[in-house]
Design a protein around this ligand. Structure first.
Ligand code: FE2
Length: 270
């Protein structure tokens, strides 16, 4: 089966790229199930119900979150209604859940959301927490296990790969908005440090560059804004899993609104 994963969707430009291209991409790449990260989907911060319904309507099947999951307070009412998760390692009192279970082409599949520690909110240790969670999932018979590792530090993401590559199908990094060039299939586990944003690519992490520049030049910041007009990109990883949940191939797809499509195949570590 083939899974598509779009990283951080940033504001209206990101949503519009998905609207324009996802139906065609799902057909061209034979994608059976589509995941996206929602945490920046509503003007760069959080997710509204309106934008949630909009993205699901464009062909996304479920969405993961991160440190901005709770920026729009209405998210608190959405977890029970829509296929949304937030990082599993938030305190257990935090609303929402960090694990999503579904069946894809007859395979029981789990999508997990974890969050790193560096520059992130205070959450439980994702490395120690995932050990117990995976033991339970394996006991339940799950073989198809996909993780969104939402973290700033590349080292945290790579360390998770080395720890879990034999136990999970894919570890896809999100949060930095800047794509890394290290998509790979490591011992049957699809991995990339960061998928990169879907939205404006000519600003600063999908935002208008004026406020970040002011912050770095003067030490005085402001609220980051998604530009009304910009050059846009859609970035996603598509990976194929066999019946045992092992990854047998992956590719990175980049769609620009002003340049030709780029598809890069992952190198396979045999
Ligand atoms: Fe984030």
């Amino acid at each position: 089966m083939k899974i598509g994963f779009i990283g951080d969707v940033v504001g209206k430009p990101g949503r519009l790229m998905i609207k324009s291209h996802l139906t065609r991409l799902r057909q061209e790449h034979f994608i059976d199930f589509m995941i996206a990260n929602y945490e920046n989907a509503s003007h760069g911060f959080g997710l509204t119900e309106k934008n949630c319904i909009e993205l699901l309507g464009y062909g996304i099947d479920m969405m993961t979150g991160g440190n901005h999951s709770f920026d729009k307070k209405e998210i608190l009412t959405l977890f029970d209604t829509y296929p949304l998760i937030r990082p599993l390692n938030y305190p257990k009192e935090t609303p929402g859940k960090g694990i999503f279970e579904t069946t894809i082409l007859g395979h029981d599949t789990v999508i997990l959301n974890l969050m790193g520690h560096y520059t992130m909110p205070m959450v439980d240790n994702p490395f120690t927490m995932i050990v117990a969670v995976l033991a339970r999932l394996k006991e339940q018979g799950f073989k198809h296990i996909i993780i969104d590792m939402h973290a700033e530090a590349s080292a945290e993401k790579q360390a998770l790969l080395h720890m879990l590559k034999d136990d999970v199908s894919a570890i896809l990094g999100t949060h930095t908005h800047v794509a890394t060039d290290d998509l790979q299939v490591k011992d049957g586990c699809c991995y990339v440090t960061d998928i990169g944003l879907t939205g404006c690519y000519d600003g600063v992490i999908g935002m208008d560059s004026a406020i970040p520049l002011k912050r770095f030049l003067t030490g005085i910041g402001g609220h980051f804004n998604v530009p009304d007009e910009c050059k846009s990109i859609l970035q996603m990883v598509v990976f194929e899993l066999d019946d045992d949940g092992r990854c047998i191939g992956a590719e990175k797809i980049k769609i620009y609104d002003d340049k030709p499509k780029i598809v890069t195949k992952a190198w396979m570590d045999m």
